[in-house]
Design a protein around this ligand. Structure first.
Ligand SMILES: Nc1ncnc2c1ncn2[C@@H]1O[C@H](COP(=O)(O)OP(=O)(O)OP(=O)(O)O)[C@@H](O)[C@H]1O
Ligand SMILES: [Mg+2]
Length: 461
């Protein structure tokens, strides 16, 4: 479909086009009525000279003759507008008098049957109207034909058409003028809306007032407002995020700088070594923080590219994690187990890997040495489940909501975390339309984080 150039053009095409068509159509009956009226009016006048000629017919022996003075005949031929012709034919169609060869009617018998008749014919290539009068005489019928050209008939038709058309056209022109005015008035609210939007500053994302707009464009404004709301929410959360990130990064960076300054001035090699160790740990923690912040920025709702939704097998996501996590589990002597079944869902495999990494990181970080951590994927009911279970200290029921908040860590938690892991998990789950809950494992100790995804439609189980 071509994009419509302008609403005005579109309306004009759909209203003015049919209007013009209607005017043309309405002239058709007018035309025929005019022709009929002109024909009726002039036909009876055309019969008069035929009757006059017929009254001069007389018998000469057994032949029919005409006794018409030339003056009368000339008079007959004179018409201010049209040329006139006449012809008198005897019983055997022999010409008795006449000034032109006037063709016989198509159905000559009709004329004989009904004493007079009118029809169209051509004389010397010109259209004429003929009045034919059949006069009975002893030897047979005599046919008197009088013909005239169509000039005054055509003129009458033209005049009648014009008389009918002039008011019609005036109304049409008035209608068009009113229509243009109407369109301009009708589309005014659109112009006003355009100005209202154009006047706004780029930071003004308040919704546009719908109430004073015409009903037809309210849904459009509604949709626009929804977009504005989403946009302003996304911008707000970006702002909050940047402020938060700056605040969180400032402290460790300041620490780094202080320790680096101290190390530079420290003459004692052992002391300096200790300072360098601190710097190394702080650098690691800051870089972890930066990474978590960047990941969170990536999964923020309404920011960045829409994640690619594709069929993903949770089994596959989890088995890819085995290699990278086993060494860390071994280092802490934790029994890391995988109980994997195929569980298909639709999502972004990269983000799901990130989600699992954060859950595993927590499980391994907050479980004491010699503990167990189990990663499980399975289908349950109409859900595809991913579970990471450990037998560590567990998360108290009262904290199970708060731990998903950004930068929130349970008081007294050891380790280098920055409190963003579960926030990242929650964002990724929301992006994939999944629910996260923290439950207590069957054994009654530890933590089980369960992420329930929608199964893939027509899942291959
Ligand atoms: N498996 C777990 N066992 C016990 N406590 C946990 C577990 N997982 C999370 N927590 C608690 O929830 C808090 C928030 O976890 P989260 O992953 O969001 O942050 P973090 O691990 O402290 O930092 P990050 O993951 O950003 O490095 C943790 O500080 C910890 O107190
Ligand atoms: Mg964590």
């Amino acid at each position: 479909m071509h994009p419509p150039g302008s609403l005005r053009q579109l309306l004009a095409r759909w209203v003015l086009g049919p209007l013009a068509g209607l005017i043309v159509l309405s002239t058709i009956p007018t035309y025929f009525i005019a022709i009929n009226a002109a024909t009726d009016a002039y036909d009876s006048a055309l019969l008069d000279p035929a009757l006059a000629i017929a009254s001069h017919l007389r018998m000469a022996g057994d032949k029919v003759d005409i006794d018409l003075p030339t003056v009368a005949l000339d008079a007959l031929r004179i018409d201010s507008v049209d040329r006139m012709y006449f012809q008198v034919l005897g019983p055997n169609d022999e010409r008795i008098a006449g000034n032109a060869a006037i063709p016989l009617p198509a159905h000559a018998a009709d004329v004989i049957a009904s004493d007079h008749n009118y029809y169209h014919a051509d004389i010397e290539g010109e259209r004429v109207r003929v009045a034919a009068l059949s006069v009975p005489h002893k030897p047979g019928r005599v046919l008197v034909q009088v013909a005239e050209t169509l000039i005054k008939r055509d003129r009458l038709v033209r005049e009648m058409l014009l008389t009918a058309l002039i008011p019609e056209l005036s109304i049409a022109f008035a209608a068009i003028a009113l229509f243009w005015y109407g369109i301009r008035r009708g589309l005014k609210p659109l112009d006003l809306l355009r100005e209202e939007i154009a006047r706004r500053s780029p930071v003004d994302l308040r919704p546009i007032i719908e109430a004073d707009k015409p009903q037809e464009i309210r849904p459009l404004i509604g949709a626009l407002n929804q977009l504005l709301t989403r946009l302003s929410r996304a911008i707000d959360s970006q702002k909050r995020f940047i402020a938060n990130a700056a605040h969180q990064l400032r402290t460790p960076l300041a620490g780094l700088k202080t320790h680096a300054d101290l190390a530079r001035r420290e003459p004692d090699a052992v002391e300096m070594h200790a300072l360098l160790d601190m710097i190394a740990t702080e650098t690691e923690r800051t870089s972890h923080l930066a990474n978590q912040l960047l990941t969170l920025a990536r999964v923020e709702p309404g920011v960045g590219a829409e994640s690619a939704q594709a069929p993903v097998n949770l089994h596959e996501v989890a088995s890819r994690a085995v290699q990278s996590w086993v060494p860390r589990a071994l280092a802490k002597n934790i029994d890391l187990g995988f109980e994997l079944e195929d569980a298909w869902t639709s999502g972004d495999a990269l983000l799901l890997r990130e989600l699992l990494a954060n859950l595993l990181d927590n499980a391994l970080a907050y479980t004491d040495p010699e503990g167990t951590v189990t990663v499980r994927t399975r289908n349950a009911g109409d859900q595809a489940l991913l579970e990471v279970e450990d037998n560590g200290a567990g998360i108290p029921a009262a904290e199970r909501e708060r731990v998903f908040e950004r930068f929130y860590r349970i008081t007294g938690t050891a380790g280098e975390g920055c409190g963003l892991g579960l926030a990242i998990v929650a964002e990724i789950a929301a992006r994939n339309d999944a629910q996260v809950e923290i439950v207590t494992p069957k054994e009654g100790r530890g933590t089980c984080v369960r992420v329930a995804f929608r199964p893939l439609a027509g899942a291959k189980t």
